[in-house]
Design a protein around this ligand. Structure first.
Ligand code: ARG
Length: 436
């Protein structure tokens, strides 16, 4: 390993201990390095603004940071165990390229605010990408909703047959669920969009740093003011981001559950696209919904990451190296969520529905609620109508009625006969605008 940035006379470095403290961490910093570089460029401009860097030094640093970003993206600069962490790698690169000018970059900052700002930018980008994928998933669900607005399918409660429902209602529930999750991502994004840079190790510095200008250059809504509050927020913000991703994954899990259930022989309502099922190594007859199952399981990985961070959140004021263990959980949760969501639109678009099978599963008893409401709206108190319908049902007096007519009559806003698709389309449009 290159000598650490905190090396000084009398410091000693134990290779095994260093490996324990930073081996995984420096590899995870590959996710953060581009953000760290962006924030470092803003920090350089901030130092220039208060004349702590000359114009010449600031522009050399800026050019060298841009060069590092390019080299990292192309693979010609590799962040690995040669460095203690990504922060040290940036300083080593600048010093290597620019000599003494490179050594000036760390004035007025600490790795504690440096990692906090890189993480904040990473979380913001993760939430933005999550919103994009959620909205693509909502679009796919909405398309099927519109195609099958009046296609009857059974509606269940407790997994027991309840009332006639429609594919439109079922798929529309995912369009709305993905919209809800997008909105939560945007809310969380707003909540965390404050700039920790310029708080240094957690106590500020003896310099009139251009904190507000740096914050706005980085697209933050305001500075995260109190340096100790910044350190106290580390891990807690990550936890809230993972909780937000977990909410999005809940919708993926419900979809995955429904698809695995409805594609079984017992239901036989749909077939998943050929690319999304696998065969068995021994049973030649099998076609298994592994993709849906692994999407369902991805929710557990995100939930696990959330618990992992909770375990680390029990610290007194100030920075503690414990906080480093919140990084793997955040990055894992972000990757799993984004990977899972990337498959959802095609999973929805490529399934084929068996309309006949769905219709066959709507039996006469499922029209009982319509009948009770009909009797009651003609004047009979609802409880009496309910009991009379139950008696008619027991005598076999309720005929299998027309499922489409039942759907059309369900006119309460949001229900099968009045899905309110314009409202959901409008909402998706405004979420898209808010994302920009
Ligand atoms: N890898 C460290 C972290 O994630 C970076 C900050 C190190 N700061 C320190 N004072 N040792 O927390």
């Amino acid at each position: 390993m290159t000598s650490p940035i905190w090396d000084k006379t009398g410091a000693s470095v134990d290779a095994d201990a260093m490996a324990f403290m930073s081996r995984d961490d420096v590899l995870l910093d590959r996710e953060l390095l581009p953000h760290d570089i962006v924030a470092t460029r803003a920090h350089v401009r901030g130092l220039r603004a208060i004349d702590l860097l000359s114009e010449a030094d600031a522009s050399q640093l800026d050019a060298s940071l841009a060069d590092l970003a390019e080299r990292f993206a192309s693979g010609s600069f590799v962040l690995d165990e040669r460095y203690e962490d990504g922060h040290a790698a940036i300083e080593a690169f600048l010093t290597d390229q620019l000599g003494d000018v490179g050594k000036r970059v760390h004035l007025g900052r600490s790795r504690n605010d440096q990692v906090a700002v890189a993480l904040r930018l990473y979380m913001r980008a993760t939430l933005d990408a999550t919103v994009d994928r959620l909205l693509a998933s909502a679009d796919a669900a909405l398309l099927l909703t519109m195609e099958h607005q009046n296609t009857p399918m059974p509606g269940y409660t407790h997994l027991q047959r309840a009332v006639p429902s429609s594919v439109g209602l079922w798929m529309g529930s995912f369009a709305e669920g993905f919209a809800d999750a997008s909105e939560l991502c945007l809310t969380t994004r707003g909540w965390l969009n404050t700039c920790p840079l310029g708080t240094a190790a957690g106590y500020g510095v003896t310099l009139p740093l251009a904190r507000e200008a740096v914050a706005s250059e980085l697209g933050f809504d305001r500075v995260h003011l109190n340096p100790m509050a910044v350190q106290a927020a580390r891990g807690r913000i990550e936890h809230h981001v993972i909780a937000t991703l977990w909410q999005a994954m809940q919708e993926v899990r419900r979809l995955a559950w429904d698809l695995s259930l409805f594609s079984s022989e017992e239901f036989g309502f749909l077939r998943l696209g050929p690319g999304f099922v696998t065969g068995s190594s021994i049973m030649p007859n099998k076609s298994n919904p592994d993709m849906a199952e692994l999407l369902r399981a991805s929710t557990a990985v995100v939930g696990g990451a959330m618990s992992e961070i909770q375990q680390a959140m029990s610290l007194p004021s100030g920075y503690h190296r414990d906080l480093q263990v919140t990084k793997p959980a955040l990055i894992r949760a972000a990757k799993v969520t984004l990977e899972a969501l990337a498959h959802v639109p095609r999973l929805i678009a490529t399934m084929t529905l068996d309309e006949e099978s769905m219709r066959r599963s709507i039996d006469p008893s499922m029209f009982a609620t319509d009948r009770a409401v009909e009797l009651s709206s003609a004047g009979m108190p609802f409880r009496d109508a309910y009991r009379q319908t139950a008696d008619e049902l027991a005598r076999g007096d309720i005929d299998a009625s027309d499922a489409e007519a039942s759907l059309q009559a369900r006119v309460s806003l949001g229900a099968c006969g009045n899905l309110g698709l314009d409202l959901i389309k409008e909402r998706l449009k405004s979420l898209r605008q808010a994302r920009k």
